[in-house]
Design a protein around this ligand. Structure first.
Ligand code: AMP
Ligand code: ZN
Length: 667
């Protein structure tokens, strides 16, 4: 091989790798500038030595090919559409239907987000992108290969192992930030902006000049493979295989063992989908086993083994008059959109959440914009996009605040966190009252006769500066207050006094330690039994408790390291609050299973599953849902999934019966 040929090959290999790291993994290792320099070098060499032409060279990403008429071609395998369901009941019906068709066997599912763009089928022959075809009518589509080749996250050449020939299906999307950027540039150039990312993505595929497509920040997310000898038994494995070949398969895909886990996935993404960099309008649930998929087959239109679930959401368009900033009890800043009132899902909406600085930047939301407001499963409406076609001419980019609107303290933002914070936790009024309001709330101390507004009033009057001060209030303090009748004053004092009986786990929750919600508080209370043991626990020790990760552990140790908080705890203890589990709660609790991890699977004779789990936890053990090398025991009941047994055997995990388990407990 000549010197030049070797240099060309090496550069192509290197650039392909950087391209993959940047566009697929989102983990670049060199700067954009270095990348551009290398690309220029390669372009130069390729011009000098045209004999080493390679149709998969990274230089071809810039496009240049012009397609006058897109050729219609037949798909090797038809592209089906999906059945839709709009409610949890419909989804459950579907599960019952397939369960009936498959008989009495466990059915697992892969859940994926439904990416909102233009469907595409990519054919790879011997590891090289042979063609890219739109869905068309499902049997025939348009050959848009020249355009798709410019999309950086589509591999032109595969890595690792791959089948000789296969199709991979996905969605060409335009991420929100790229969409906003495109529109910003179009407006600056006097062009009409685009209406929405989906239509812009599918329109892009039909542009005649591929160099124009190359300039658009398109992305390609893959969700399915078809062909012979794919070398996997489940859909979830196929996704993992595709990732290894270099495809961008979102990590949001989840393997769910049953329909309940599927519902958890739906619930999670119903509220979190707006944090994604791209749009999604639902979830696609697929039977995981390829064998089961084959048994179920297809209707004329769609696979029986898959079902789309559409998020319930209603949308309205209205003007954003102003962005204001709210300070929460933890100091978290939330930008709020103040809207021209608009009717949405039966209520008038005047305010909507804008999440955080990134969200504003992602959507490029500005004062005066006409914005899309959505109301999904959540109570708080959200801004999901901007109608760029109606942006006023004098519009200016939003500048996020850098100081607390309530106390003026410069805001901070920890690496990896989306939210800005006001660090002045002991002096920032909404943080002070917010913590007290949390303390008295129903799931915390549940103090009768005291509400949020009274807390504000007591704080303004200088009667309380923290939640411990509540226990010093007397009727005499309260009576001079406006609208405080004799009876309300007595009720308030009595309510505060009665809260001394609230159990430890709720007191712990009431303290308002960041990330310590109701469930975590319960776990910590159960694991440590009293506040002294908890305060003495180190970061590592805390993480031994089920579901306590580094973030929570750090927050707990930070809280108790602060002398102000320690003093509050001591004062509360002095007032007689519960800082340890009661005799009753302690009964039946031991350290017998300390450091041991259990997986419970199947149905049991004498115990319910939850009963069994409680017994493990009461005796200091940890329950997890999947078997790994860290598992101590797999408690096996009837009808246990075969994959659990296999995994346990592979990892040398002891498999025990219900009887053996009870024997361990000495029962
Ligand atoms: P529909 O257009 O409503 O028939 O929905 C089917 C389309 O959803 C498919 O053609 C895909 O392009 C698209 N889609 C988006 N995300 C997924 C996914 N994760 N799995 C399968 N199809 C998806
Ligand atoms: Zn502040």
């Amino acid at each position: 091989m000549s010197e030049a040929e070797k240099r060309i090959r090496d550069l192509r290999e290197e650039l392909r790798d950087h391209n993959y790291r940047y566009y697929v993994l989102d983990q670049p290792v060199i700067s954009d500038y270095e990348f551009d320099m290398k690309l220029k070098q390669l372009q130069q060499l390729e011009r000098e030595y045209p004999e080493f032409y390679d149709p998969t060279s990274p230089t071809l990403r810039v496009g240049g090919e012009v397609t006058k008429n897109f050729e219609t071609v037949a798909h090797d395998f038809p592209m089906y559409s999906l059945d839709n369901s709009y409610s949890v009941d419909e989804l459950r019906d579907w599960e019952k239907r397939i369960q009936r068709l498959l008989g009495d066997v466990p059915v697992a599912f892969t859940c994926e987000l439904k990416y909102d763009g233009a469907s595409i089928s990519l054919t790879y022959q011997d590891g090289i992108l042979a063609r890219a075809v739109t869905r068309g009518d499902g049997t025939h589509g348009d050959d848009v290969t020249a355009n798709v080749k410019t999309i950086r996250s589509v591999p032109l050449r595969l890595q690792g192992d791959y089948p000789d020939r296969f199709d991979i299906r996905g969605e060409i999307i335009l991420p929100l930030e790229g969409f906003a950027r495109m529109n910003r540039e179009r407006i600056e150039n006097g062009d009409d902006p685009y209406m929405n990312p989906r239509n812009t993505a599918s329109g892009s595929l039909k542009l005649q000049d591929s160099s124009l497509v190359a300039e658009r920040p398109l992305d390609c997310l893959l969700y399915g493979m078809v062909g012979k000898g794919l070398g996997a038994e489940t859909h979830f494995e196929l996704l993992a295989r595709a990732r290894k070949m270099g495809f961008k398969v979102p990590e949001t895909a989840r393997l769910c063992q049953n329909i309940d886990q599927v519902l958890e996935f739906l619930e999670y993404w119903d509220t979190h989908r707006l944090d994604l960099p791209y749009e999604t309008d639902g979830v696609v649930v697929k039977v995981n086993s390829l064998q089961q998929q084959e048994e179920l087959g297809y209707t004329a239109k769609s696979p029986r083994w898959a079902m789309a679930y559409k998020f319930k959401s209603e949308q309205a368009v209205t003007r954003l008059n102003k962005i204001t900033y709210q300070v929460g009890r933890t100091g978290a800043i939330t930008p709020v959109a103040n809207l021209e009132p608009v009717l949405l899902a039966g209520t008038t909406v005047k305010r909507a959440s804008l999440h955080n600085a990134d969200q504003i930047a992602k959507l490029d939301v500005r004062k005066g914009d006409m914005v899309f407001v959505e109301k999904g499963g959540e109570i708080i409406p959200k801004i999901t996009g901007v109608d760029f076609t109606q942006r006023p001419g004098d519009s200016e980019p939003t500048r996020y605040i850098d100081a607390c609107p309530e106390c003026g303290t410069p805001l901070v933002r920890k690496p990896g966190e989306a939210q800005h914070f006001c660090p002045n936790d002991t002096g920032c009024p909404p943080q002070i009252t917010g913590r007290i309001q949390h303390f008295i709330s129903r799931k915390a101390m549940d103090i009768e006769g005291l509400g949020s507004e009274t807390v504000e009033l007591l704080f303004q009057q200088g009667l309380i500066g923290n939640y411990a001060d509540l226990y010093t209030l007397t009727r005499e303090d309260l009576l001079p207050l406006e609208r405080m009748a004799e009876k309300s004053a007595s009720n308030l004092v009595a309510g505060v006094a009665a809260s001394r009986e609230v159990p430890f786990e709720r007191v712990l929750f009431a303290l308002g330690i960041r990330y310590v919600g109701e469930t975590v508080a319960k776990k910590l209370a159960r694991a440590y039994k009293n506040i002294d043991a908890l305060m003495a626990a180190g970061k590592e020790q805390l993480q031994e408790v089920d579901e306590i990760g580094e973030r929570i552990a750090e927050s707990v140790t930070d809280f108790f390291a602060n002398p102000v908080n320690r003093e509050l705890v001591e004062r509360l203890r002095g007032y007689g609050l519960q800082f340890s589990l009661s005799e009753e709660q302690l009964e039946g609790q031991t350290d017998l299973f300390k450091g041991k991890t259990f997986v419970v699977s199947g149905v049991f004779e004498s115990l319910g599953r939850n009963e069994l789990k409680k017994l493990i936890e009461d005796n200091g053990g940890k329950v997890t849902s999947s078997v790994s090398a860290k598992t101590t025991y797999l408690v096996a009941g009837d009808n246990m999934g075969p994959s659990k047994r296999e995994k346990a055997e592979k990892n040398g995990v002891a498999i025990i019966s219900e009887t053996t388990f009870l024997n361990l407990l000495g029962k």
